[in-house]
Design a protein around this ligand. Sequence first.
Ligand SMILES: C[S@@+](CC[C@H](N)C(=O)[O-])C[C@H]1O[C@@H](n2cnc3c(N)ncnc32)[C@H](O)[C@@H]1O
Length: 270
Amino acid sequence: MVEGTEGPASDDNRTPQPFEHGQLNSARVYDYLLGGKDNREIDRDMGNELLSRAPELKTLAWFTRSFGIKAVQMAAEAGIRQFIDLGSGIPTSPNVHEVAREIVPSARVVYVDYDPVVHTHCDALLAKPDGVTALLGDVRHPHDILDQLKNRSLIDFGEPVAITLISVLHYVMDSEDPTGIIAAFRDQLAPGSYLAMTHGSLDSAPEILQVLAGTKGTSAQVEFRSATQAEALLAGFELIEPGVVPVQQWLRPDLPDTRMIMLGAIGRKP
Ligand SMILES: C[S@@+](CC[C@H](N)C(=O)[O-])C[C@H]1O[C@@H](n2cnc3c(N)ncnc32)[C@H](O)[C@@H]1O
């Protein structure tokens, strides 16, 4: 158990605050696994505890990012010109706008994260070119995000959009209605829109799930789901093959399995 991670899972201590220093933080644990420098000791402790059970986790973090890149490329190649990256995380190159603009140079991209520090990073590092914006927004309040997108004319919902939720939905508890959250976005999307997600799998090794249980009561608290539960989140989208499968299977047939399993899925709104 990582010190300081016990306690009740109230909404207050599960939402990152601007000046908290002692709290475990999902964006910073992920940054550590990706080899970044924007993390603190408590995040590194959790990262190291996970790595001691599954040293291949750093590789999985990069497989997961590669899946996100592939999803953006696939949508851009299908003609999508607008992207919303929900739970965008600490910038790590290549970011969504860099990937999309290689294919669609005028692509509009909105980065959304609920962590004020992540948002500041995204605003400073990513939202420089025209048509690239960073918003502070909580996925658990989809209508607030949709209002910001519409009121500031950042996204034209009359045209198809690609939404990416890469390793975000497992931070949304069942009690917070992840299905309703996806439905709120889906209902606004034009036909031909895409939604790509990765989601931690309940089939991950028990020792990994045990370490993750130590995140309870922090913003890094997770609720991993089965492939069937993850698929249910994409109701109303047509699943693209190979379906809801470990991210490795989206990339190449020869990639190794990992003890933490990250499911990847891409849906298209008919
Ligand atoms: C594991 S990181 C993944 C970052 C990025 N999507 C990537 O793949 O590199 C999870 C991110 O989701 C954000 N996040 C978690 N819950 C969120 C919520 N309810 N609303 C918005 N962002 C959220 C965290 O702040 C963090 O930046």
